[in-house]
Write a protein that binds this ligand. Structure first.
Ligand SMILES: *Cc1c(COP(=O)(O)O)cnc(C)c1O
Length: 396
């Protein structure tokens, strides 16, 4: 089967929810992938910040094989050792005391929203409203697309669930003014807006939001589905900002490529979930959690997080060199290995040209080229990838 044949199959049988590039990726190793025609690419997208250990990392392959031989799935009606161990690891390394496991980022945010509403019902006269930010992205379920601050994600899905409102990102005064004393229960926000264009807020924004939430009795909820699990050079994005949330959601990198999401909370908040409040058939099953444990271990003990900090600095320097050369680069943003270049023009043409030359990146928020390579990336791979990008940019 060649790229063309796979494309034909997709075209005939798969729902048309994606505008796909005309290649089918069939094999991967580290930061490299190959398409069905045998062409090799350097992968600076990593399944959109999912394959943090690179493709088919031996620790992940081993964890899948070992756990698959032992036990793949049982119901959450029973205790599941890898799930409890992964929960302990996540709590040990974060602000949180308890974890609810699910299968995706949207589900993790659903769980956060549901927990916030139950908490509001118990502790604050039934407050339920969630404030989120313009240009945010929180998922594609009805509740999470309603929280998402992008019109195009909501289009066509009326009537939307009640209880959501958006405020400008990185604007403390707007947050304060938007709070409805009778209704607002929490603020849902990404530490760095990812899909919204790699938007890093001011140094004091989150300290201000934390202080505001404490003063007005609101929950601070961080959507770390993309920033979490090492992507920004810290295990969790909030660590950059000197604050802790009350609830945090994870997914993307957590399962090393298997579908695994998580919602973490402080004990006093987590208590609002009791048996029967929420559930997921697959959530936290032995296989995905066995792999999640391997991901955490490799990140923390295998030196991957350290590597990502070093490589993030190298990457950032190289991007600044590009900015010095090309006047149509407006801005360079990001932390760790979550980086973006804001262009003066639309970025899709550049993404396509890079793909042609063997480099996978993507474009988000129309004008922002996004780089989320594996955290295991090597300096010579960064050099090679950015040389391709430089050549493509030079043709603009
Ligand atoms: C990807 C993403 C989501 C949605 O995750 P899914 O697994 O696609 O449901 C939610 N929030 C953020 C910040 C994301 O980047």
């Amino acid at each position: 089967m060649k790229n063309r044949d796979v494309a034909k199959l997709t075209e005939n049988y798969v729902a048309h929810t994606y505008a796909r590039y005309p290649i089918a990726l069939v094999r991967g190793k580290g930061a490299r992938v190959w398409d069905a025609d045998g062409k090799e690419y350097l992968d600076f997208l990593a399944g959109i910040a999912v394959n943090s250990l690179g493709h088919c990392h031996p620790a992940i392959v081993r964890a899948i094989q070992q756990q698959a031989r032992k036990l793949i799935h049982v119901s959450n009606l029973y205790h599941i050792l890898p799930q409890s161990e992964l929960a302990r690891e996540l709590c040990r390394h974060s602000f949180a005391d308890r974890v609810f496991f699910c299968n995706s980022g949207a589900e993790a945010n659903e769980a956060a929203i549901k927990l916030a509403r139950r908490y509001g019902g118990e502790h604050s006269n039934g407050k339920y409203e969630i404030l989120s930010t313009h240009n945010s992205f929180h998922g594609r379920t009805l509740a999470t697309l309603t929280a998402t601050g992008q019109e195009k994600v909501r289009a066509g899905y009326d009537p939307l669930p009640a209880g959501f409102r958006q405020i400008p990102f990185n604007d403390l005064r707007a947050a304060e003014e938007a709070i409805d004393e009778q209704k607002t229960v929490g603020i849902l926000v990404e530490p760095i807006q990812a899909e919204g264009g790699i938007n890093v807020p001011d140094e004091n924004y989150f300290r201000g939001l934390r202080e505001l939430c404490d003063r007005r009795g609101l929950l601070l909820i961080f959507d770390e589905v993309q920033t979490g699990v090492g992507r920004t050079g810290k295990l969790f994005g909030y660590e950059h900002f000197g604050v802790e949330p009350d609830i945090m959601t994870l997914a993307k990198a957590l399962g090393g490529g298997l579908p695994l999401g998580a919602m973490l909370a402080r004990e006093a908040v987590a208590q609002s979930f009791v048996p029967g409040s929420h559930a997921s058939t697959f959530g936290g099953n032995p296989l995905v959690c066995g792999v999640g444990l391997a991901v955490m271990k490799t990140l923390l003990k295998g030196g991957v997080l350290k590597n990502s900090v070093k490589m993030g600095k190298v990457f950032m320097q190289r991007l600044h060199a590009l900015k010095a050369r090309f006047p149509f680069i407006r801005d360079i943003r990001g932390k760790g290995l979550m980086l973006g270049i804001e262009l003066e023009m639309e970025g899709t043409k550049i993404v396509e040209a890079c793909m042609q030359e063997g480099l996978l990146i993507n474009c988000t928020a129309y004008r922002v080229l996004r780089f989320v390579p594996p955290l295991t990336i090597k300096q010579k791979e960064i050099d090679r990838g950015l040389r391709i990008l430089e050549e493509v940019l030079a043709r603009q």
